[in-house]
Design a protein around this ligand. Structure first.
Ligand code: UDP
Ligand code: MG
Length: 316
């Protein structure tokens, strides 16, 4: 490409063979109208279907399209990260490749960027084709994160967003393995604004975010931005030590006056089980943090490309 792109659209895809042609067509139609050089970085997150083939075929025909092919499935957040690493534009737009984020919203994101906002995130006004359970858990999740973390993550905003080059450069330096991009992009600050949009149903296929993956993402968000779970053990310790301290004289008194209260196995068993449980949970929480610490300490690459990108890109 002769001129460096002004806009980079970054789309992670995993087994989206049915959707990709339509996604590329709609995105291309939108970006063409913007009247500036643009590129579309499609990250194939180790798809098992024909996705990577289809992307490569499109890339061969259209110089705007840059494929990045992962050696295996690394997950959505890592795929987006790889796209950001390789994007060259002044504004980088993250969008899902399953057409749930309509590319037609991009001009509105760009308009806000032109107005001087460095992060323009799209806020889900309506979500079509998603179960009540998914909507409920997602909504509860965002509220919980905001409660216990020290950053304000916009409610009901996903990764669909536009970020200025300066923000992308900062985020690209944050090489944490357990990534929660929405949180990271809120954490960096800058001028941010939300744009409401209606989230569409999937064009084809099923969500890849199973309950297990959602829980993992939630844990990443919590551990990445809060010490609250670690402090829980301290609170619980103080509370139970306090209760014990108050209870000792009461029990001694009851024994002296000959009462039969607090005798017997049941009371002991309940207390032992309760504190056994509390201690194991605390250990588990510690384990969550230590495991993540271990991942960071090993310093493995965040992702592995199946082949080098077709032209040398800056710095990587
Ligand atoms: N995706 C990915 N790697 C994965 C799972 C998903 O790149 O391991 C892509 C997927 O193809 C889609 C986007 O990330 O373009 C969002 O995933 P999905 O639609 O499964 O999540 P949901 O929209 O249901 O939250
Ligand atoms: Mg989706």
């Amino acid at each position: 490409m002769s001129k460096p792109p002004v806009y980079s659209v970054v789309a992670p895809v995993y087994n989206e063979a049915e959707t990709i042609p339509e996604f590329i067509a709609r995105t291309t139609a939108v970006m063409k109208k913007m009247g500036e050089p643009w590129e579309l970085v499609i990250v194939d997150d180790g798809s098992k279907d024909r996705t990577s083939k289809i992307i490569q075929q499109h890339a061969a025909k259209d110089k705007h399209i840059h494929p990045l092919l992962f050696a295996r499935n690394f997950g959505h957040q890592i795929a987006v990260t790889a796209g950001m690493d390789h994007a060259l534009g002044q504004a980088v737009i993250l969008i899902d490749g399953d057409l749930q984020d309509p590319p037609e919203v991009i001009p509105e994101l760009i308009a806000n960027w032109r107005d001087g906002y460095e992060v323009v995130y799209a806020v889900r006004r309506q979500r079509k084709g998603e179960s009540f359970f998914k909507r409920f858990t997602a909504s509860a999740f965002y509220r919980l994160i905001n409660r216990i973390t020290e950053i304000d993550i916009p409610l009901d905003a996903g990764d669909f967003r536009l970020m200025d080059r300066r923000v992308v450069d900062v985020l690209n330096q944050m090489r944490e393995h357990h990534r929660f991009l929405r949180g990271m992009s809120a954490w960096v600050g800058f001028r941010q604004v939300g744009v409401p949009y209606d989230r569409a149903a999937r064009f084809a296929g099923e969500t890849h975010y199973t309950l297990g993956r959602m829980i993992r993402l939630a844990l990443t968000a919590i551990t990445g931005f809060s010490f609250f779970p670690l402090q829980l053990a301290t609170y619980l310790g103080f509370i139970s030590a306090g209760i014990a301290l108050l209870a000792i004289p009461v029990v001694v008194y009851l024994r002296l006056v000959g009462s039969a209260a607090f005798f017997g196995q049941a009371t002991t068993l309940i207390a032992v089980l309760f504190f056994g449980g509390a201690q194991l949970i605390s250990l588990g929480i510690l384990g969550e943090y230590i495991g993540r610490l271990y991942d960071e300490a090993r310093g493995r690459p965040l992702y592995i490309l199946r082949q080098p990108p077709e032209e040398p890109k800056k710095g990587k």
